[in-house]
Design a protein around this ligand. Structure first.
Ligand code: 5RP
Length: 215
């Protein structure tokens, strides 16, 4: 099995804390995600800072674009994003716009299936448009209401689409093996790392668990 990537969700609002956290966990993760609240609060300068600081890491900007896909995402790809997210609920025209902007910069697009009613259909259509990643995502509010991403992950993985699958939504040490075995290619982790007493230790544990599950 190809080694799944670990994506660290940087979900603080504070610019310096975000950079400090990235520094702490960098040895253990493959992708830095600038979370949606974080990018709204800090803007494109944070993309530039992390790009310059980490030229060899993948950088995902969690724009969760809902409209004006090409226009909105284009600036972030130009600033150094490797991946931007667009909401599946935005519709195919907006998704196509973000994909167009990504292609212009040799970058990738992730379709976030959060709150999409027919996730299989949205994933299939997104792949036809040229998306490289679909995101199974139980958001923070849905997590608080007791939801998890596991059933949706299994359902989408079973489709066997030519697309990488990202999973997010409260993934922690206890659930890493399950999501790797279900077929996730990108494991997104936020609170289980940034909320831990020692984020670096937590990130290292998750790295070891992902690698062991994929071996
Ligand atoms: O995109 C997000 C919220 O919309 C989070 O970054 C994502 O859910 C990962 O964080 P956690 O592991 O804490 O769920």
């Amino acid at each position: 099995m190809a080694r799944p990537l670990i994506q660290m969700a940087l979900d603080s609002l504070d610019f310096n804390q975000t950079v400090e956290l990235a520094d702490k966990v960098a040895p253990y993760v493959d992708i830095f995600e600038i979370g949606t609240p974080c990018i709204k609060y800090n803007g494109i300068n944070l993309v530039k800072e992390l790009r310059q600081r980490y030229p060899d890491k993948l950088l995902l900007v969690d724009l969760k674009t809902m409209d004006a896909g090409e226009y909105e995402a284009g600036a972030f790809y130009a600033a150094g994003a490797d991946i931007c997210t667009v909401l599946g609920v935005s519709g195919l025209a907006t998704i196509a716009g973000v994909i167009k902007a990504a292609k212009k910069h040799g970058a990738e697009t992730q379709i976030d299936l959060i709150n999409v009613a027919d996730k299989a259909e949205c994933a299939r259509e997104s792949v036809k448009l040229g998306a490289q990643i679909v995101g199974i995502h139980t958001g923070l509010d849905a997590q608080a209401a007791g939801h998890t991403p596991f059933t949706d992950l299994n359902d989408i993985a079973r489709l066997g689409l030519n697309v990488r699958i990202s999973v997010a939504g409260g993934i922690k040490q206890a659930t890493v093996q399950q999501v790797v075995e279900a077929g996730a290619n990108i494991i997104v982790v936020g609170a289980a790392i940034y909320g831990a007493p020692c984020p670096a230790t937590s990130a290292r544990e998750i790295r070891e668990l992902v690698d062991a599950a994929a071996a």
